[in-house]
Design a protein. Structure first.
Ligand code: SAH
Length: 225
């Protein structure tokens, strides 16, 4: 998968993409991530990328020219399955859509800033808008990182033990069951006996039961869906 990220702050991505699963996926050639500094595409002599909104009451908007030129340049070289824009009024990101996106070959993610972007870019360039939750961030970079991380970790080969991605919360419509590791007894707190029994069938049943109990208690909405 190739991911092109259009941003005013490319440096922000160095930390999150330089470690752990995303880094390993890049090293293995499973994913290619390119950041593009929007300012490089501005034809303004001061490399300006924002302007005051028409009839606005404060705050700036990202101007259409650098965004359109940057996307045009990228589209010259390949076709994109989706051109994403990070937006609080977009479709809420969840495991279902993340699973779908992991099949894509080429995507663009446009990160907004200031009060957002000129509406005409949303109309004519963007194919999908997504939100990471009902709160407002200062920019789309963190949202883009979340999309990339959640998508990349389920691409086959990104995680060593592929089963482990499939057994995470939401994959089967349930949250994950409680999990334990060594030691068996920690400060007098015991690991549930069943997990030490070696009876795989019983253990699977127990895990499923626990996942259902936990989902009912914490995320009842998932069961209704
Ligand atoms: N004026 C906008 C908010 C601008 S916040 C509004 O009221 O909807 C600045 C930028 O941060 C946005 O353009 C968007 O790209 C990003 N952003 C903010 N909150 C977000 C969220 N919950 N999910 C995804 N992106 C978000």
């Amino acid at each position: 998968m190739r991911i092109d990220i259009i941003t005013l702050f490319p440096e922000m991505f160095e930390g999150p993409f330089g470690h752990s699963i995303v880094k390993r996926a890049k090293d293995k050639g499973i994913v290619e991530i390119h950041t593009h500094n929007l300012r490089d595409y501005s034809t303004n002599k001061h490399k300006k990328v924002d302007d005051a909104p028409y009839a606005g009451k404060g705050g700036m908007l990202m101007t259409p020219q650098p965004i359109a030129d940057c996307i045009d340049a990228l589209k010259k070289d390949r076709e994109y399955d989706e051109i994403f824009y990070t937006s609080p009024d977009g479709e809420l990101l969840d495991q279902n859509v993340v699973n779908q996106y992991s099949d894509y070959r080429n995507i663009i993610i446009l990160c907004g800033h200031y009060k957002g972007i000129d509406e005409r870019i949303r109309e004519h360039y963007i194919t999908k808008e997504f939100s990471i939750g009902d709160y407002v961030l200062s920019g789309g970079e963190l949202a883009a990182m979340i999309l990339v991380d959640s998508v990349v970790r389920i691409i086959p080969g990104a995680i060593g033990d592929e089963m482990s991605a499939l057994s995470d919360s939401f994959q089967d419509g349930l949250v994950a069951p409680p999990a334990y590791t060594r030691p068996k007894n920690f400060r007098g707190w015991e690991v549930p006996e069943i997990l030490l029994s070696g009876n795989e069938k019983k253990i699977d049943e127990w895990k499923h039961e626990q996942a259902v109990i936990r989902t009912k208690a914490r995320r009842p909405g998932l069961l209704e869906d």
